[in-house]
Design a protein around this ligand. Structure first.
Ligand SMILES: C[S@@+](CC[C@H](N)C(=O)[O-])C[C@H]1O[C@@H](n2cnc3c(N)ncnc32)[C@H](O)[C@@H]1O
Length: 268
């Protein structure tokens, strides 16, 4: 709790990103040996530059690559169970970052499936376009629209993207995803729910307990240090145009809480 309060003050003083850069240097140092071992085991895997990887995740190369593949399989399994279909005709990873998850989709899906990734970070999307084959990458702005036609995508997912957006962006992007999702299509997203309550300060817990979204701003929206926490009742109200097929509350320890998983459908 004390460290949360200190971080709040650093945010107010405009120093939150400075601390985060120091954390990145620390990870670089402490994970150097493990990361060298990964590189010799997987000499052919293209990895993004450290600062691009850290912006969306952490600096553990094995977790980025092997963990990303595991997450891709889990996402497909959620969609398959909910839709009772093996594969979609199209899939979008909105907020894909440097491809941690989506880079594995072409080998897990038939070649007929159209695989699309998008992000608002231009440097990340440029890296993906140069390094990851068989996927169409598009850049969108912080706020919609995304350059995709109405009802053009069958399965859409976003992993830890709403967790970095403002209240207005939540409403705008939920409507945008509804617009591009096919009727009968599925949408999977992750949010920072009850498992994160120990990370909140007393005033934040009060808001959260009143089913209000908790936003930590004071830094650039969409970046890793901009945070949002989501009471389940808030998400249910936000996604009222969808049908909730499944809500899996996050578990995990106090220091490593897991995000909630929501599987939603449009119609059906
Ligand atoms: C925590 S990272 C997660 C990246 C990726 N989904 C993964 O699981 O590895 C959050 C990502 O959301 C992206 N993002 C933030 N706001 C966005 C927006 N409005 N539109 C698209 N992407 C956004 C960030 O650039 C970043 O790549």
């Amino acid at each position: 709790m004390l460290s949360n309060i200190v971080l709040q003050w650093l945010r107010k003083l405009g120093l939150r990103d400075v601390i985060d850069r120091l954390r990145m240097s620390w990870q670089k140092l402490t994970l150097a040996k493990q990361n060298r071992a990964f590189r010799s085991e997987y000499p052919d895997v293209n990895l993004p530059k450290d600062d691009i990887m850290y912006e969306t995740f952490n600096l553990n190369y094995r977790k980025y690559f092997e963990g990303g593949r595991k997450t891709a399989k889990e996402i497909l399994s959620h969609f398959q169970k909910a839709s009772k279909k093996d594969y979609p005709d199209s899939i979008l990873d909105w907020g894909c970052g440097p491809g941690r998850v989506i880079r594995h989709m072409p080998e897990l899906l038939p070649s007929a499936t159209k695989v699309v990734g998008s992000d608002f970070n231009g440097e990340t999307i440029e890296w993906c376009q140069r390094q990851i084959p068989n996927i169409e990458f598009v850049q969108n702005a912080l706020m919609p629209p995304i350059q995709l036609k109405n009802e053009s995508i069958e399965w859409v997912y976003c992993i830890s993207v709403f967790t970095h957006l403002s209240r207005d962006a939540h409403h705008a992007w939920i409507q945008e995803i509804y617009r591009i999702l096919q009727r009968g299509g599925y949408f999977l997203m992750t949010t920072q729910g009850d498992a994160f309550i120990n990370k909140l300060t007393a005033s934040e817990v009060k808001m959260y307990s009143d089913d209000q979204i908790v936003i930590r701003d004071g830094v650039e929206e969409g970046r890793r240090t901009f945070s949002a926490f989501h009471p389940p009742a808030y998400i249910k109200a936000l996604t009222r145009d969808f049908k909730v097929q499944k809500h899996i509350p996050g578990t995990g320890s106090k220091n490593q809480p897991q995000q909630d998983i929501w599987v939603l459908s449009k119609g059906g």
